[in-house]
Design a protein around this ligand. Structure first.
Ligand SMILES: [Zn+2]
Length: 345
């Protein structure tokens, strides 16, 4: 997961990367906000932390990102890094009939994360586990295992990382047992809590973590609904390339303020990537046009033959908008490039 895959939250991301670059990473942190926003952020954050070739941008709203290519990046992206550990709420299931704990569900949890790419919440996880009406918890046994895990030498010699996902689900025995580790973990450890609501967390836990509030995804969802309609309208025009209609559609897009336009382009680029992954790896992409035929046919247009052309066309457009280029010209240029790229599928 790279920061560029995350829509919005640029200020938060830039603050996070600056702290990592300065080498003053606090050993216990909490990302507080909706899981579907905080989880991808945590993921990209850990990838940046471990990246062997961090990339710094002179231009653009994103100051830095992981390279996405080095062995560490690949291990974090695939959640295969041997020093990345997860603790999360569990309950008894048809398979684990007693004493549920995170270590019993590692495979399911990683698959779930890979499938959703972190855009998920606790109900999605419960659905995956098939526990329906039961309440998941992070229990004392999770603390025993977490403490042992964090006392071992890191396998790769770098960071020892533990994500406590949905930290508000920890019960008091977990909290009390884990407290000392949270306070004084071995050097080179990062414990990252992802939490939606800290009201249920013991104050002793809260006081030991550095909290970063993550922008609520609600505004983003509202944005995205509007963006989805706009994107689909525009993509349809790109096939027809009737200048008058295309021009009217582009006017509509250009009427967004600069910040919103940038978000729209980032959103659109992400949808394109998801479409590509849909075809290449079967990952869900939600075009959400309300037209089933379009939603099922369009992803097939994005292939290895044109994904790079599409990405660079969007990158250039975003760059142009950031430099205060005339929005309409940048968007027309983008339209022609995307239209051409779509023909190369
Ligand atoms: Zn890297």
């Amino acid at each position: 997961m790279q920061f560029k895959d995350i829509v919005g939250q640029r200020d938060t991301i830039n603050r996070l990367t600056a702290v990592i670059d300065s080498g003053r990473v606090s050993h216990a942190q909490m990302l507080l906000g909706e899981a579907s926003s905080a989880t991808p952020l945590a993921w990209a954050y850990l990838q940046y932390l471990c990246c062997e070739h961090r990339v710094h941008h002179e231009h653009g709203d994103l100051h830095a990102d992981s390279c996405g290519e080095c062995p560490s990046c690949k291990k974090i992206a695939s959640l295969m890094h041997p020093d990345l550990h997860f603790v999360f709420p569990t309950a008894t299931t048809s398979r684990v009939k007693e004493k549920p704990c995170s270590s019993e569900f590692q495979t399911e949890f990683r698959d779930f994360m890979l499938q959703t790419q972190g855009h998920c919440d606790i109900d999605d996880w419960y659905d995956t586990l098939g526990i329906e009406n039961k309440q998941g918890l992070i229990r004392e046994m999770d603390a025993d295992e977490a403490i042992t895990t964090l006392s071992l030498k890191p396998y790769e010699g770098g960071w020892r990382m533990m994500v406590v996902w949905m930290a508000e689900k920890m019960n008091d025995s977990f909290a009390n047992k884990f407290l000392k580790t949270l306070e004084e973990p071995m050097p080179g450890t990062l414990i990252l809590l992802v939490c939606e609501s800290d009201e249920r967390l013991l104050s002793t836990i809260k006081s030991r973590v550095q909290t970063l509030r993550v922008e609520s995804g609600k505004k983003k969802e509202e944005n995205n609904a509007e963006f989805a309609g706009m994107l689909v309208g525009w993509l349809r025009m790109l096939f027809k390339l009737k200048m008058k209609e295309l021009s009217a559609q582009v006017d509509k897009m250009a009427s967004l303020n600069r910040e919103q336009l940038k978000l729209f382009l980032q959103y659109s680029l992400k949808v394109m990537r998801d479409c590509f992954l849909n075809t290449a790896a079967g990952i869900d992409c939600h075009l959400g046009s309300g037209d089933e035929k379009f939603d099922s046919q369009f992803p097939k247009m994005i292939t290895t033959n044109n994904i790079e052309l599409i990405e660079s066309a969007f990158d250039d457009a975003i760059f142009a908008i950031e430099r205060n280029a005339y929005a309409k010209i940048a968007l027309m240029e983008l339209s022609f490039r995307i239209s051409k790229a779509l023909k190369k599928r």
